[in-house]
Design a protein around this ligand. Structure first.
Ligand code: URP
Ligand code: ZN
Ligand code: ZN
Ligand code: ZN
Length: 477
């Protein structure tokens, strides 16, 4: 299987040049002008188009038992949606319950992707409890399961959240293993107490989600993690950073020598807190944690993308249907949607709305439309934020995130002239709504390859369910 992409305007995180790209046996084997066509090769003319390395989303949820239900996509729909949006590698959060062994969980999460994933994938291994067996399980996750990053939640008290002793022990073990610890940073106790207070005051609608976990609570979570990471010397990466005080807490720790990556996500860059205020419970569509903030915070995040403070733009894709699942937090809801979860028995309120937004398909188009097309970021920053930095931080570079000899032939031929509209009627995600319904977008992935195989052509799906492979990752030196 060989593919010759002719005359593309190739843009990476650091360079831009016009050339042909030859892809053979899944990798890039030649980059030059006027390459000869090998016998049997398919030739694609990319004149007038931009060629990017395949985009990487380092924070998605596909198999996610959470808040009394399961996220809506499976790996077939989730990875197809990713590819339709130009994302060729996904890193999924493996989120076991406290009762599950993290090593068994990784095996379960892998089994959900195998045979269904169309794009390549790996996982951050969730640690939701730390007991006498956890260090050994984490060692096996790194050495036997070839996963070199972990995930903890400082939020979600009583569910995924860990306490400080568990956090410290996890950080020490991650450091010993030479891995990276990703973390959701919000102070769980403050969230729980504020939720109780607001509900007691009768403040029960989706618009109260943001006030229940304000920016100070997220900043405290970041500062908290930075203090612990500074003590243990562990490399950390803060997921879905939404606001200035959170970023500043991390930047301040960086100045003290803490090695800390910063991620933000597409919803924070494009939406604001007014969406959760929409009447008739519609605001539930925009409930995620940390919450979507003010326009002022959004502008600050864009500055951090431009100046390099923020490393990556992910999605935190966590898809729940509006009509059923989001309605678990509707005042008239009284039971879990999935029979396998216990009904809560409590009157519903915003704290029972499954947190998350379906977004894996729209990230790259939104970043291009609201970042590149508006002049907020240049094309190199776009590639760095949506692809290359994630590959570097999580041990995938230069196999992924680069257009170079020997790199995987994951390529996106981008049509900057295309104009379209986002809609749930046409998206590939399994959810019944889009958080960006009716929004115009500029540019789209016209052709997308994974290891040299064309998965999207003329913006239309032509992929192979199950083509995706698990990416082994070893600790960096
Ligand atoms: O609201 C969110 N973010 N849902 C998914 C779980 C998580 O916290 O990442
Ligand atoms: Zn999170
Ligand atoms: Zn603290
Ligand atoms: Zn998440």
């Amino acid at each position: 299987m060989s593919l010759l992409i002719r005359n593309g305007d190739i843009v990476t995180a650091t360079t831009r040049f016009t050339a042909d790209i030859l892809c053979e046996n899944g990798v890039i084997t030649a980059i030059d002008r006027d390459l000869p066509v090998p016998p049997g090769a398919e030739v694609i003319d990319a004149t007038g188009k931009v060629v990017f390395p395949g985009f990487i989303d380092p924070h998605v949820h596909i198999y996610l038992p959470f808040m009394g239900t399961y996220a809506k996509d499976d790996w077939a729909s989730g990875s197809k949606a990713a590819l339709m949006g130009g994302t060729t590698t996904l890193i999924e959060m493996c989120c076991p319950s406290r009762a599950e062994d993290p090593l068994e969980a990784i095996r379960l999460w892998k089994s959900k992707a195998a045979g269904l994933a169309s794009c390549d994938y790996t996982f951050h291994a969730g640690i939701t409890k730390f007991d006498d067996t956890t260090a050994a399980a984490m060692t096996a996750i790194v050495k036997e399961e070839a996963i070199s990053s972990f995930k903890v939640f400082l939020a979600y008290k009583g569910a995924f959240g860990i306490d400080d002793t568990e956090l410290y022990r996890t950080l020490v073990t991650v450091k010993e293993l030479g891995a990276v610890l990703t973390a959701h940073c919000e102070n769980a106790e403050l969230v729980a107490e504020t939720q109780k207070k607001l509900v007691a005051e009768g403040k029960t609608g989706p618009e109260w989600h943001e006030p229940s976990r304000p920016i100070s609570v997220e900043a405290e979570g970041c500062h908290h993690l930075m203090t612990f990471a500074g003590m243990t010397g562990t490399e950390v990466y803060v997921v879905h950073t939404s606001c200035r005080p959170a970023v500043e807490a991390i930047v301040e720790a960086r100045a003290r020598g803490v090695k800390a990556g910063i991620e933000t996500v597409a919803p924070y860059l494009t939406l604001d807190s007014s969406y959760a205020e929409k009447p008739e419970f519609e605001g539930a569509k925009w409930v995620m944690s940390p919450p979507i903030r003010s326009k002022e915070q959004q502008e600050f995040l864009w500055q951090c993308l431009a100046d390099g403070t923020i490393d990556t733009v992910a999605t935190d894709h966590a898809p729940f249907d509006f009509a059923t699942q989001k309605h678990m937090g509707h005042p008239e809801a009284d039971k879990a949607v999935d029979a396998s979860f216990e009904p809560t028995g409590k009157p519903a309120n915003f704290t029972l709305i499954p947190n998350g937004i379906p977004s894996v398909e729209e990230r790259v188009k939104l970043l291009y439309t609201h970042g590149v097309a508006t002049g907020r970021i240049d094309l190199h920053a776009f590639v760095r934020l949506a692809s290359t930095r994630a590959a570097e931080i999580f041990g995938l570079y230069p196999r992924k995130g680069e257009v170079a000899l020997g790199s995987d032939a994951d390529l996106v031929i981008w049509d900057p002239a295309w104009r379209g509209i986002i809609s749930a009627a046409t998206h590939s995600m399994a959810t019944d709504y889009s958080a960006w319904e009716g929004w115009p977008v500029e540019g789209r992935p016209e052709l997308v390859t994974v290891r040299g195989k064309v998965m999207v052509r003329d913006g239309t799906w032509c992929g192979d369910t199950g083509w995706g492979t698990f990416l082994e990752r070893r600790p960096k030196d």
